[in-house]
Design a binder for this molecule. Structure first.
Ligand code: ADP
Length: 260
């Protein structure tokens, strides 16, 4: 709140008026808080693998470890942590790109079929390695959507990647896309570990994980769904999650406005 008394020029004792300016800064404060929490989280997330890398490098450098097998194990850990850092940095950059150039990014009308077929050929081998049954259905004819084709591809990849990650061997992952009431509906469904209802409202927050240890073991960065949410928003779409609870699978449903 800003206040200022206005005095009469010829008689400074007399008050002529009072200006009160009330600015609602709730939203600004909220954004500032989100930003500062993000910086704290990023710092923490980057520091963890770095601490581990420098610890193992120091130990190897000291020459104390003579056993070759142990040396190799340490090098493998360094490699895994380096890869984690790379993924983390890539995801942070992607997120900030989507946020910052949301409106400027090149958007065009495109038929999603081609990009989705590419997604299928990328993801099928990943599912197959885990012995997961992979069902992928694109109808012969699909309307156009407006947005950035690469981003749309990334959105579907992130969801299918999660579905495969969080579904135990022998489970099932499916992707379908169809048109309904002027919308293109995309559904990614799995028979995996499911998501407890209490976690669903926070799922799309950056670095939010239901089970941090499991996410890290799976190589997750905690940013995949935040990226998905921002891409959906940039395409004027909506995203919903359904999960029948732990162990009962999960389904993500995206609807995007269709263009004739
Ligand atoms: P991560 O890199 O940890 O996978 P995401 O942002 O992609 O991060 O997802 C956030 C969290 O949501 C995950 O850590 C996981 O707990 C949960 N999650 C996402 N997708 C699924 C799914 N298909 N089944 C079960 N849990 C999921």
């Amino acid at each position: 709140i800003y206040t200022n008394l206005i005095y009469r020029e010829e008689d400074p004792i007399k008050v002529m008026g009072l200006v009160i300016l009330i600015d609602d800064i709730t939203e600004i404060r909220k954004l500032e808080k989100i930003r500062s929490e993000f910086v704290t989280n990023v710092t923490h997330e980057l520091k963890t693998p770095l601490t581990s890398i420098s610890g193992f490098v120091e130990t190897l450098k000291s020459g104390e470890i003579e056993d070759e097998e142990t040396q190799r194990r340490f090098l493998e850990i360094i490699e895994i942590e380096t890869e984690r850092l790379t993924r983390l940095i890539n995801d942070i950059l992607t997120l900030s790109e989507i946020e910052n150039i949301k409106n400027k990014e090149s958007k065009s009308m495109f038929n999603p079929s081609k990009a989705l077929k590419e997604v299928e050929s990328m993801m099928r081998p990943m599912a197959s390695v885990k012995g997961i049954e992979f069902y992928f259905e694109i109808p012969g004819k699909l309307s156009y959507i407006k947005g950035n084709e690469d981003r749309m591809k990334q959105m579907v990849i992130n969801l299918i990647d999660n579905a495969i990650k969080y579904t135990p061997n022998g489970g099932k992952v499916s992707f379908i896309i169809y048109e309904r009431y002027g919308q293109l509906v995309l559904r990614v469904k799995d028979t995996g570990i499911g998501i407890p209802e209490k976690d669903i409202p926070r799922l799309f927050e950056r670095f939010y994980r239901v089970d941090k240890a499991r996410s890290k073991k799976m190589g997750g960065t905690g940013l995949g769904l935040a990226i998905v949410k921002h891409i959906v928003i940039s395409m004027a779409g909506k995203i919903k999650v359904h999960s029948a609870g732990p162990g009962k699978g999960t389904e993500f449903v995206i609807s995007l406005p269709r263009h004739q």
